[in-house]
Design a protein around this ligand. Structure first.
Ligand code: DAH
Length: 355
């Protein structure tokens, strides 16, 4: 059993005086709380003394009770006064530290902008996706076989020459399809994805393949060694040139508005027969009046179908390819292609098209 507390008037008076002195010197409400626990909590001299009153002889109880009432009131008053002061100080300090100086200059974080080329490619993809075509993409480092041989380029075709094509030095094809011995090139055209996609997905096939291509072109205002194309290929039974023209006209409208038109001029590409140059017209066309060349197209050459192991008597197809930079030049008046690759946000910001 705990020892019965003894009522000691002097000791409790001193203890409370000490508590009040501590209160007056307290420098935070936090400290004030701790002092209250120490001098008025369950284990404090003040509480113990109150409890001890019960054991006093009857004639001493009244004085003891009075003393305790006074001590408790003194302590409470000192506590309340100091608490009010400290709270006000703390609040003032918090307000001062949270003050916002409205005159300080703000720190601007420049926002990025969608690159206009990315935007054109997305519009392009949206068009094909809306028709249920597959978006495909081949590798940028490609076998010479997919970039040229499979597309019916003869061994002496001038496009293979070092002046046009980046060959990857000392490389040999590591392609799973087993074209060992074929050189590796940086693909010169997204047409390189045609036979790749036919082998990978089989027929019927409807793909659009946008991406980066590489040619050793001289650097001038209208050429860069890296640029972008979008290829489209459809292979199925009974496809004709009318299907090709229908898709081209719909694409022109999707990219250039309801009045856009296309026209075909006979041409030559190794991988199409017949082949055509594709011209575009639309009212707001930049870069001059009249028809402007937009890309190439044609019916898939039977030799290309054979490269993919298909019987040209059963399957036919059409293909077309356009430059994405060129498409952008037609939509906007961009005179220098290098603006497209410099990565300057001020340039990109001008082309927020139908966000
Ligand atoms: N690959 C050709 C080029 O880079 C463009 C092209 C022409 C693609 C005719 C085609 C096509 O699919 O049928 O110039």
């Amino acid at each position: 059993m705990a020892q019965q507390a003894v009522f000691d008037a002097q000791a409790v008076t001193e203890a409370v005086a000490e508590g009040i002195a501590r209160i007056e010197n307290a420098s935070s409400t936090e400290e004030l709380k701790a002092i209250k626990t120490q001098y008025a909590g369950a284990d404090s001299a003040m509480t113990q003394a109150s409890k001890a009153i019960g054991a006093l002889p009857a004639d001493q109880k009244k004085d003891a009770g009075k003393l305790m009432g006074k001590l408790r009131a003194d302590f409470g008053r000192a506590f309340g006064a100091r608490e009010t002061e400290l709270k006000a100080q703390e609040e003032a300090r918090a307000l001062a530290s949270e003050t916002v100086d409205m005159t300080l200059p703000i720190r601007r974080k420049p926002l990025g902008a969608r690159h206009p080329l990315a935007k054109v490619m997305e519009d392009w993809e949206d068009f094909f996706i809306s028709m249920g075509w597959r978006i495909s993409s081949g590798p940028e480092v490609e076998t010479e076989w997919f970039d040229f041989d499979a597309l019916n380029f003869g061994p002496d075709h001038p496009a293979r020459q070092m002046q046009d094509t980046f060959y990857v030095k000392g490389s040999q094809a590591r392609d799973a399809a087993g074209f060992v011995g074929s050189n590796m090139v940086l693909r010169t055209q997204t047409s390189s994805d045609q036979v790749r996609a036919l082998l990978e997905y089989g027929v019927p096939l409807y793909i659009a393949s946008p991406g980066r291509v590489f040619r050793t072109d001289e650097l001038d205002a209208t050429h860069t060694p890296v640029f972008h194309q979008c290829e489209a290929l459809a292979v199925d039974k009974h496809l004709t040139m009318a299907d090709l023209k229908g898709v081209l006209d719909k694409l022109a409208v999707a990219m250039f508005g309801p009045e856009a038109k296309t026209r075909l001029r006979p041409s030559y590409f190794p991988f199409t027969e017949p082949s055509a140059e594709l011209d575009l017209w639309f009212p707001d066309k930049k870069g001059g009046a009249g028809w402007l060349e937009w890309g190439g197209c044609g019916m898939v050459n039977p030799n290309v179908l054979k490269s993919a192991g298909l019987d040209p008597d059963v399957y036919t197809g059409f293909a077309f390819g356009m430059g994405i930079e060129r498409t952008l030049l037609l939509r906007h008046d961009i005179n220098d292609m290098h603006d497209l690759v410099e990565g300057d946000v001020r340039f990109s910001k001008q082309f927020v098209m139908g966000e």
